[in-house]
Design a protein around this ligand. Structure first.
Ligand SMILES: [Zn+2]
Length: 265
């Protein structure tokens, strides 16, 4: 018995030690990416996740959803509906891909949403991804109203969502901010960290001005760390019918992102 007791105490101690080392979030939520400069790989020692900040940007075509079971997009629609839009996240890199069908998503590959596969190029369009929302622009008449964008690393409340054009903050909800641009377009920013939202309803904002921090806030529902971004504008739907709808946003995002990467956002 005397020999067993110290061993038992040692086991208890080592159990406690483990508890104090592992962060509350299981250690998977943080990827240290160092400073804000471009270039070079930065490895997070805890997770072994590598964020390649110098990777060359690439994107798959508009309307080609990935994986293909995630829905049907607007194939061959290369129209840039918002030609001069500022990219809605302040800094690159950022990653457009599915939150539902990506690694760690409800219908995706098993794993954590912080998996490095979710933080690499190429971008994949997810406008019109399977949803129940009525969407005149989607082939099935229903779908995802915008695109989902992951900021440069899997850390919440760290990266700013910014105004895409000059306008007025038209709505602030529990995790949504809407901006009515001078062009008449309505831009929606979702899953922002509520306490970080620094604009007030009715306030005028300038293009590029900070709005709030990208997070995983969806009220009581669980989601990954990303910005859901969509745009409503009046478009001609054919047969003389013009309507304010959620427009295909992916090509405008690619266009805006390239300008951000070139240093003229
Ligand atoms: Zn979304």
């Amino acid at each position: 018995m005397r020999k067993v007791l110290p061993f038992f105490i040692l086991l208890l101690l080592s159990g406690c030690a483990t508890k104090t080392v592992v962060p509350e979030n299981g250690g998977a939520e943080h990827i240290e990416v160092g400073d804000d400069s471009f270039g070079g790989e930065v490895q997070d020692s805890q997770n072994g996740i590598i964020v390649d900040k110098g990777a060359k940007f690439s994107s798959t075509p508009a309307g080609v959803l990935y994986p293909s079971k995630s829905g049907k997009g607007r194939a061959n629609d290369n129209t840039i509906y918002i030609p001069s839009m500022r990219f809605p996240i302040e800094k690159a890199p950022a990653y457009i891909n599915s939150q539902v069908y990506g690694v760690g998503g409800i219908n995706g590959e098993k794993g954590k949403s912080c998996d490095k596969k979710n933080y690499q190029y190429p971008w994949h369009d997810n406008f019109c991804e399977t949803r129940t929302w009525g969407m005149p622009m989607c082939p099935s008449g229903k779908g995802h109203q915008g695109v989902d964008v992951r900021p440069m690393s899997c850390e919440k409340a760290k990266y700013w969502a910014v105004a895409t054009e000059n306008g007025i903050i038209s709505y602030i909800g529990s995790y949504t901010v809407s901006l009515r641009g001078d062009s008449g377009r309505i831009y929606r920013y979702m899953h922002l960290d509520s306490p970080s939202v620094i604009v007030k309803e009715g306030a005028k904002v300038k293009r590029g001005e900070r709005i709030g921090l990208v997070s995983d806030n969806m009220g009581g529902t669980k989601t990954s760390i990303h910005l859901h971004f969509d745009v409503q504008q009046t478009v001609n739907l054919g047969n003389g019918v013009s309507k304010k709808v959620f427009v295909q946003i992916y090509t405008s995002m690619v266009d805006a992102y390239k300008r951000l990467l070139n240093g003229r956002p």
